[in-house]
Design a protein around this ligand. Structure first.
Ligand code: SF4
Ligand code: MG
Length: 329
């Protein structure tokens, strides 16, 4: 297939003193130009590690990529040299993180930091870089950009710092933006503003976006498709509307039922019982079986493979069809 980005059957493990943690266990997903894929999961589900593998910024060791491919415009990024990887990073695929404060250097003005890539990688003069930095700050809606070039990161609010980081990520006009929990550290109202900004930028710049989040609530208005991760696997992959209408994996169903709804008063929110598995001792069969309300003996014995449902979605559950029908009413 000619996807823009195509992650195929990726396996990553962390080799530590205490043993081997199987962090990514056969993840495949793809991204086409201009679309937004949300990757959803609890912390430790492998969503960030997959993104770090795409960016080529995994800590190796302890992380080891055991097998798989990450194809970008047809080329396997895992087969490139570090020098070739650097050409892709930032220029083709850029990433923003949850914690803008620690991603920015406290001792340099933000304008200088946004301009650094332009001066060094794009070879712009100081004057051209300065003009472009102001454009980028306008683009991410930082008010009075020209007056704020010389300000330091601590002089910006959390939301404005996140905008600075987005401006830095956009400097080289990447075709793919990976946003890893971009709003998790922010207040709810600021979260919504940053999500709106990302959605607008994705559309206006015709980028593709991977939005990594643990919060199903932020996904609805932004993403085209969702890949739900659990224990280093994608357990459900579907069009956003189909997934909201009727999840076909018990884990997704549990996540949806734990979102507060504005239109229901006095509701009792469900929570998914239990904890995510220890990745050094992933449960037998279906890794979700110790927490699953639908569990049967077959789930303990047999690893479920992706079931392709009629509407093109997949669910790695032995009872995907039943769960979806059960969710639909
Ligand atoms: Fe639950 Fe079994 Fe489906 Fe796993 S395979 S999610 S344990 S019903
Ligand atoms: Mg993470």
């Amino acid at each position: 297939g000619g996807h823009l980005l195509d992650v195929r059957d990726l396996y990553v493990e962390f080799r530590t003193g205490e043993g081997v943690a199987r962090v990514i266990n056969g993840v495949s997903y793809h991204l086409d130009p201009g679309e937004t894929l949300a990757v959803l999961g609890e912390s430790g589900s492998g969503k960030s590690v997959t993104a770090q593998a795409i960016m080529g910024i995994l800590d190796t060791p302890p992380a080891v990529i055991r097998s798989g491919q990450i194809r970008y415009q047809g080329r396997d990024l895992l087969a490139l040299s570090e020098e070739q990887r650097r050409q892709v990073r930032g220029k083709e695929i850029a990433m923003i993180f949850q914690d803008a404060l620690s991603a920015l250097n406290p001792v340099f003005p933000v304008g200088w930091q946004i301009g650094e890539t332009l001066r060094h990688r794009a070879g712009m003069s100081r004057a051209d870089a300065r003009r472009r930095v102001i454009e980028l700050m306008d683009l991410v809606k930082i008010p009075a950009a020209a007056k704020r070039l010389g300000d330091y990161p601590h002089q910006f609010s959390g939301g404005m710092r996140q905008r600075v980081m987005i401006a830095m990520a956009l400097a080289m006009e990447p075709k793919v933006l990976i946003a890893d929990e971009p709003t998790t550290a922010l207040d709810v109202t600021v979260q919504a503003q940053i999500m709106d900004l990302l959605a607008d930028l994705r559309r206006d710049l015709n980028m593709a976006m991977i939005l990594i989040t643990h919060d199903l609530g932020v996904v609805a208005g932004v993403a085209d498709r969702i890949a739900v991760m659990y224990a280093g696997r994608i357990v459900e992959h579907a069009d956003v509307r189909a997934l909201y209408r009727a999840p076909a994996h018990p884990y997704t169903k549990g996540l949806l039922e734990s979102i507060p709804r504005m239109d229901v008063r006095g509701q009792e929110l469900a929570t998914i019982k239990g904890l995510p598995p220890n990745l050094m001792r992933i449960p037998s069969g279906c890794p979700f079986h110790p927490r699953c309300p639908y569990v049967q003996q077959v789930c303990v014995d047999v690893v479920p493979h992706d079931l392709v449902l009629g509407d093109g979605r997949t669910s790695a559950c032995h009872f995907a069809q039943e769960v979806r029908d059960d969710s639909a009413h």
